[in-house]
Design a protein around this ligand. Structure first.
Ligand SMILES: N[C@@H](CS(=O)O)C(=O)O
Ligand SMILES: [Fe+2]
Length: 241
């Protein structure tokens, strides 16, 4: 029967391959799904994510919904929130059985990331506390869809050096909102613009990655290893990968 054939195909999906392919069309949900499940706490979010990733076929819209549906409660995430004086920190909350990484990022006053990509993974970034600003850039020299080719033609027309980073967005992310990006949507740089307050964000990456690229303003791409400042609420030197 046709239906069981589709079920069978879904069962045979290579989850990692499927997730990477989905970055070509997935954009983002602005609001939680009207009839989507409720998420009452951080442990609840983690269990719901595990359930979602247990099946081979992952509904990426549902992952987006779950991230939106969680309402930040500092009591639940405080134990993971470890700051450094000099740079933002990446703190592993859950390794998702190797299928996703959930991290708490802690941003001191004025801290920012470099312009970077996300290794062909989905990146959901939920604000838990404070302010963050996200600047987006076109991914340089990325072949592909029509829109990008049009952008490229426009730039050629305007004699913009095709290697230079071109800004395509700049917006604040309010608390409890979720920003979504993947390499097909562009690169970004995230900054805590406040000089008096720290910020905290919750990031979900799927598939997980340990290398990405950072970009200089001339578009030069430099591979970079990503590391964890702490794992499961515990900071020690051995955590540094
Ligand atoms: N993607 C960055 C954080 S951000 O600037 O989006 C990271 O995982 O370190
Ligand atoms: Fe990022």
């Amino acid at each position: 029967m046709a239906l069981s054939k589709i079920d069978g195909e879904i069962d045979n999906i290579d989850q990692e391959k499927y997730l990477r392919q989905a970055t070509h069309y997935y954009c983002a949900l602005e609001k939680p799904l009207k009839f989507g499940p409720a998420v009452d706490s951080l442990p609840d979010l983690i269990s719901a994510l595990h359930r979602e990733f247990d099946a081979n076929y992952v509904n990426i819209e549902m992952v987006n919904h779950l991230m939106l549906a969680y309402k930040s409660n500092p009591k639940e995430w405080r134990k993971y929130a470890k700051f450094d004086r000099y740079t933002y920190t990446r703190n592993l909350v859950d390794a998702g059985n190797g299928k996703f990484n959930l991290l708490i990022l802690c941003w001191g006053e004025g801290h920012s990331s470099s312009v970077h990509d996300h290794a062909d993974s989905h990146c959901f970034m939920k604000m838990l506390k404070g302010e963050l600003r996200e600047k987006r850039y076109r991914y340089p020299n990325r072949g592909g869809d029509e829109e990008q080719q049009q952008q490229q033609q426009q730039q050629d027309h305007q004699h913009i050096n095709d290697h230079e980073l071109v800004e395509i967005g700049d917006k604040p992310i309010p608390v409890n909102d979720v920003a979504y990006i993947n390499d097909n949507l562009g690169l970004h740089r995230v900054e805590n613009p406040s000089h008096t307050d720290t910020s905290v964000s919750l990031h979900l990456y799927c598939p997980p990655f340990d290398m990405c690229n950072i970009f200089q303003s001339n578009g030069k791409k430099i591979p970079a290893k990503v590391t964890f400042w702490s794992k499961y609420g515990v900071r020690n030197k051995a955590n540094e990968q």
